[in-house]
Design a protein around this ligand. Structure first.
Ligand SMILES: Nc1nc2c(c(=O)[nH]1)N[C@H]1C(S)=C(S)[C@@H](COP(=O)(O)O)O[C@H]1N2
Ligand SMILES: [Mo]
Length: 200
């Protein structure tokens, strides 16, 4: 069966390039650490916990065996570069949410990454059909510097919300700032509203 392929709605907007952005050809690598630790894939687990009916813990192989989709989506960094049509493959976050069943009043997410990075976003963005946990980029296993083993891709928000090296998804009642949000970046980060920093 042909794999389901989704082109993000953001690529079809009349105002496709958000205000204050310019196109470049390939995403620049941004990391909060100089050297990434080595990730032992046999010990890797994706964990989902918090305000949910059922916690979830998956090995890398279990993630690969989930129904997957191909996603084509533009990528917008708050430092004003944007990249057209990145091709990803992975599991829709809505599939994960259907498994864990968030409780009433669960409205936010904190995403945890293997090197210590965190980022927060409203839970509603993980119900969007173009939000995925990606393990392939342009047809290859996602390169280490772009997020191996697993990367959250949320095309509707600035790229700092698309966390690389994800190991944990914490479902929460209250919002709490992640790494960049604690340093002044916007709690939501909608590129079309230019929500770059607190107060924007
Ligand atoms: N774990 C983790 N994810 C991260 C970051 C990071 O430092 N650590 N940087 C973010 C920022 S600021 C951007 S612009 C994008 C860059 O993606 P790339 O490095 O794959 O080009 O990753 C985001 N995800
Ligand atoms: Mo960024």
């Amino acid at each position: 069966m042909a794999k389901k392929r989704i082109v993000s709605e953001i690529n079809k907007r009349a105002d496709r390039l958000p205000p204050g952005q310019h196109w470049i050809n390939y995403p620049l690598i941004y990391d909060i650490v100089e050297r990434l630790p080595d990730f032992d894939i046999s010990k890797y687990r994706l964990k989902v916990w918090g305000e949910v009916e059922e916690d979830l813990e998956l090995t890398y192989d279990e993630i690969l065996s989930f129904p997957s989709i191909e996603l084509v989506a533009d990528f917008h960094c708050v430092t004003r570069w944007s990249v057209r049509e990145i091709q990803w493959e992975g599991v829709q976050t809505l599939e994960i949410l259907k498994k864990v069943k968030p409780k009433d009043g669960a409205n936010f997410v904190m995403v945890h990454c293997l090197e210590g990075y965190t980022t927060n976003l409203p839970l509603s963005y993980l119900w969007e059909e173009d939000s995925i946990l990606a393990y392939r980029m342009f047809g290859e296993i996602i390169p280490k510097e772009h997020g191996y083993p697993l990367r959250l891709v949320v095309p509707k928000l600035y790229a700092w919300k698309s966390a690389k090296y994800v190991w944990g998804i914490e479902i929460r009642r209250e919002d709490r700032p992640g790494y960049w949000e604690e340093r002044g970046y916007h709690m939501l980060g909608d590129p079309w509203k230019e929500q770059r920093f607190w107060g924007d």
